[in-house]
Design a protein around this ligand. Structure first.
Ligand code: FAD
Ligand code: SF4
Ligand code: SF4
Length: 478
């Protein structure tokens, strides 16, 4: 029987079951179980089909959420998948790792006093079912159009663009310095949020569609940017942001103080079955150690929870503001606390202790002051409030900045903003170089997967429009 909608009065909010803390601490598998079909239908039926769906307004992809919720409630899952995949290249990934509490679900206006519809879990359920049933097909084009694009970066931004352009008949070549496809989806985000096989099956589908991947190929080192431009009718730069923000102070250079992404990448590679020397030597292994992670964003949350799974003796997260003012998702803080992480709020490191290697962090207590120009409360140190925390491994998770791309690519005419991100025309997505476009974190600064997908889709549409006008002429003239 199809479910009737508007069931929020009768049916309470339910998320898929979380695995027991003791078992999830011991492995890197995702922590949420899959919805079972009746529960997914019932939860979808809670949607009140708003006339102005704020969930959709606050989804960066403008996903047609009410429609696919209704189709799910009616058991019409194949149609739900069609609707959901029309606006999102990787709905099963967004369903798992979007910070829904800040996006779609946080803006669900079901009715005062009732908790939001569990949109992300239903989105994941729809696409996982579509994969199981064989409804997800490679985006092979009906015909080739004779034009070729080069995409630098195989993260979600580059992959979304590759998918869109390949479907339109372009020969699509994706270049990445890494040996696997996925960018931060594969080497940044840990398996307990997004299992690796989910990313790998998208890689396979794109290859099946005819996308050509040139891995272990760093543009600017293994192949010049100039040579790349000669190879293709247009270029998309989707290289992400990787320069870790550093921390100063006495002892900051001691061995045992490591950047977050080195730690996470080593763990992800180890999980993918590689033997990572820095992990095996213990330098990037939290096992048996007292761990201090510095930072309050999603990267810091991933580090603390990875350290727990590696068998750390203790894991503390040091953040200078409080829980309400942290940039990371509150859902992830809750998960981390359940798993045994201790948050030391309103505390900032001042110095690192130790001789041959780090043995502790000297920190000071902070208090929140008046809001600054951005509206965020400033932080100030409380005098004589120092305290020491023992630490065998300190992980710095303070955010990322872009690399100097004009230098790395040997292309000084590539325009950048004062933050080092690539400047693009906000409508055409074109950089200062004709026929060179950009998308994702390299344009926005460190952001979200869903925004990278949105940018990749928009940039692909802009590239298509530009090539229709310019590239055919160039090809004919050759
Ligand atoms: P990336 O994913 O960074 O991909 C860029 C690719 O370009 C990489 O594969 C890189 O190897 C390649 N590249 C770079 N330079 C070159 C070159 N010169 N030549 C060839 N290839 C090159 N977002 C969420 O929405 N939810 C989360 O839970 C979440 N968790 C995160 C956890 C961590 C630890 C981190 C670091 C980020 C997280 N994010 C999360 C943010 C999200 O991962 C990024 O916003 C997103 O991946 C950006 O996509 P992108 O395609 O722009 O870049
Ligand atoms: Fe929500 Fe993200 Fe899905 Fe949009 S893509 S509906 S924000 S989970
Ligand atoms: Fe349904 Fe909530 Fe979206 Fe309204 S805001 S359409 S109730 S999911």
């Amino acid at each position: 029987m199809p479910e009737r909608m508007l069931q929020f009065v009768r049916v309470s909010q339910e998320t898929p079951e979380k695995r027991e803390v003791a078992t999830r601490r011991a492995d890197f598998r995702e922590i949420y179980e899959e919805f079972d079909p009746p529960r997914a239908r019932t939860q979808a039926s809670r949607c009140s089909q708003c006339g102005v769906p704020f969930c959709q307004v606050h989804c960066p992809l403008s996903n047609n959420i009410p429609d696919w919720l209704k189709l799910t409630a009616e058991g019409r899952l194949e149609e739900a998948y069609e609707v959901s995949s029309a606006t999102n290249n990787f709905p099963e990934i967004c369903g798992r790792i979007c910070p829904q509490d800040r996006l779609c679900e946080g803006n669900c206006v079901i009715e005062k006093g009732f908790e939001s519809v569990t949109i992300g879990a239903v989105e994941r359920y729809i696409t996982d079912t579509a994969f199981e049933k064989g409804w997800v097909k490679a985006g092979t084009p009906k015909s080739e159009n004779g034009l070729s694009v080069g995409i630098v970066g195989a993260g979600p931004g580059g992959l979304a663009a590759a998918d869109m352009l390949r479907r339109q008949g372009y020969a699509v070549h994706v270049y990445d310095r890494y040996d696997r496809v996925g960018g931060l989806l594969i080497y940044g985000i840990p398996g307990f949020k997004l299992e690796k096989h989910i990313v790998l099956r998208r890689w396979k589908l794109l290859e099946d569609a005819g996308v050509v991947f040139h891995l272990n190929t760093e543009i600017g080192r293994d192949l010049s940017f100039e040579a790349l431009r000669r190879r293709h009718d247009s270029i998309l730069i989707a290289t992400g942001v990787y320069k870790a923000r550093d921390i100063g102070g006495p002892g900051a250079g001691l061995p045992g103080i490591v950047p977050a992404l080195d730690f996470l990448t080593a763990s992800n590679r180890q999980g993918l079955g590689e033997n990572v020397p820095e992990f095996l030597s213990g330098a990037l292994d939290a096992g048996g150690k007292n761990i201090v992670v510095i930072g309050g964003g999603d990267t810091a949350m991933d580090c603390v929870r990875t350290a727990v799974r590696q068998g750390a003796a203790s894991v503390k997260c040091l953040y200078r503001r409080d829980r309400d003012n942290m940039p990371g998702s509150i859902r992830e803080v809750k998960n981390a606390e359940e798993e045994g992480v201790e948050f030391v709020w309103l505390s900032a490191p001042e110095a690192f202790l130790g001789d041959a290697t780090v043995t502790g962090v000297r920190a000071a207590r902070m208090r929140l002051g008046l809001p600054d120009a951005s509206g965020r409360q400033s932080v100030e140190q409380i005098e004589h409030s120092h305290f020491n925390i023992p630490a065998d491994l300190v992980i710095k998770a303070l955010g990322f900045d872009p690399e100097d791309l004009p230098v790395a690519f040997g292309e000084p005419a590539l325009g950048v903003s004062r933050w080092g991100t690539l400047k693009v025309d906000h409508k055409s997505f074109m950089t200062s170089l004709p026929g060179v476009f950009a998308a994702g974190d390299i344009v926005r600064g460190a952001s979200l997967v869903v925004w990278a997908i949105r940018d990749g889709r928009d940039a692909a549409a802009a590239m298509h429009a530009w090539m229709k006008q310019h590239a055919t002429v160039a090809v004919a003239a050759e």
